[in-house]
Design a protein around this ligand. Structure first.
Ligand SMILES: [Zn+2]
Length: 426
């Protein structure tokens, strides 16, 4: 079957671990976006040695891009002997801050009990290392392969991806004919394929009031009480309606397999900075609420918005002096690559070969860089697949299992073989 390919990966486990620990030792914390350049150059230097053409692309003018913190990206490409499709592995190189509660140094790349520990171990430097190992083993075992392999390390995924995949997609790096299939090795577990994510709508609602002396509130109009009416209407009418909206999208965890809305923040009237003094007595003339609505393939963004504005308009009709503004902050469309798409079929077959079982197909509750590949690059043959346990991401003592990295490198290598050399080639 794939003995030679799988053996080659097994033989390289020490190199895979070294690669992972080296990557963890770059403290690519975002924000502010530290150490992107040396980390990108490390990846580029390694792949250049293997014959890849390497480009460094700084996302000039993207949010947070400065000479101190350049938004550095690396894209490496290796063209096979003959023309054919291109498979692109995309990993973000940024990590979130370490935070408290660690029992190992978060940027030391500690190896212990079959695991590599460190911030970014599972999210997602372990996945990046596994994809490099998979590509190199595939190239060595099948040197005459057709098509091309690309590997990128990109900035800023944790802060929205604007200085990373969104920027590159805007320059044509994630579109046909340059690229045909994209695998993002995010930590979704080694036997699961992530097909996409729910949609997002963030908005800010403001209710209006009229300032007056707090001892005579009847002379003013309290914006916070108006917002209270909004919240009451949400509790009574909106949240139960959202709970009832189930989806065919296989979102994990189960609780996210429906529409949800979080209230991110609420502020009204005076700010908190009167402390340690005392506030002066005022009727608040404004109150602002931010909402984070996650929606489904079965919903249209227009309907999602009008569910909320219908409630606000009803209050405007029925509640004396009620007035509001609403402002969009961000929207992302829901995405789901179909199960019969080429990249899904290829990785699914890799999972069957390595684990002797059917893969689980999942949808992420939150978004990741696939949104930019789809919306800006118009490339829809894209999934997330990689080693590591999603629940460990962003937590203290984050780790990735060495055996998990090896196994998912095998799945990726078999996927590469199917996408580039075809189902009959072994
Ligand atoms: Zn990630």
């Amino acid at each position: 079957m794939y003995e030679k390919l799988l053996e080659t990966i097994d033989e390289r486990v020490d190199d895979l671990v070294t690669l992972t620990t080296d990557l963890i030792r770059f403290p690519t914390i975002n924000p502010p976006g530290d150490a992107y350049r040396p980390c990108a150059e490390y990846i580029g230097a390694r792949l250049k040695k293997r014959g890849f053409g390497v480009e460094y692309i700084r996302a000039e003018g993207s949010p947070g891009d400065t000479d101190r913190y350049p938004r550095m990206n690396v894209v490496a490409r290796f063209d096979g002997r003959t023309p054919g499709p291109t498979v692109h592995f995309n990993s973000h190189i940024d990590v979130v801050e370490a935070g408290e509660g660690w029992t190992v140094a978060p940027f030391a790349g500690v190896v212990k009990d079959g695991r590599v520990y460190g911030r970014g171990a599972c999210d997602m430097k372990g996945g990046l290392a596994a994809s490099i190992t998979a590509a190199e083993a595939f190239m060595d075992v099948y040197p005459d392969f057709p098509g091309a392999i690309e590997i990128s390390g990109t900035a800023d995924e944790e802060s929205g991806g604007f200085g990373g995949v969104a920027y590159l997609a805007g320059k044509g790096y994630f579109s046909k004919p340059k690229v045909d299939h994209v695998i993002i090795p995010e930590p979704l577990n080694k036997d699961r394929i992530c097909l996409g994510h729910r949609g997002v709508w963030w908005a800010e609602i403001e209710t209006k009031g009229e300032i007056a002396h707090g001892s005579m509130p009847f002379l003013g109009d309290c914006a916070v009480r108006h917002m209270g009416a909004v919240l009451e209407a949400f509790e009574k009418d909106l949240f139960p309606a959202l709970d009832a909206k189930q989806t065919r999208m296989p979102v994990v965890p189960d609780g996210a397999r429906r529409s949800t809305m979080n209230i991110n923040s609420i502020h009204g009237g005076q700010t908190d900075d009167f402390r340690p003094g005392l506030p002066s007595p005022n009727v608040p003339d404004w109150c602002r609420l931010t909402i984070d609505r996650r929606f489904l393939l079965e919903e249209k963004i227009g309907e999602v918005k009008s569910e909320v504005t219908a409630i606000l308009d009803r209050l405007k009709r029925d509640r004396p002096k009620f007035d509001y503004d609403i402002r969009d902050i961000m929207e992302v469309q829901p995405l789901m690559t179909e199960r019969d798409a080429p990249v899904v079929s290829a990785v699914a077959q890799g999972i069957r070969e390595v684990f002797d079982r059917e893969p689980d197909y999942v949808i992420s509750p939150g978004t990741y860089d696939q949104k930019h590949v789809s919306r800006i690059g118009h490339l829809h043959d894209c999934i997330a697949y990689g080693p590591g346990i999603l629940d460990l991401a962003h937590r203290p003592d984050e780790w990735v299992g060495i055996a998990d990295m090896v196994e998912s490198a095998k799945v990726m290598a078999i996927g590469l073989n199917l996408l580039l050399r075809g189902p009959s080639a072994r």
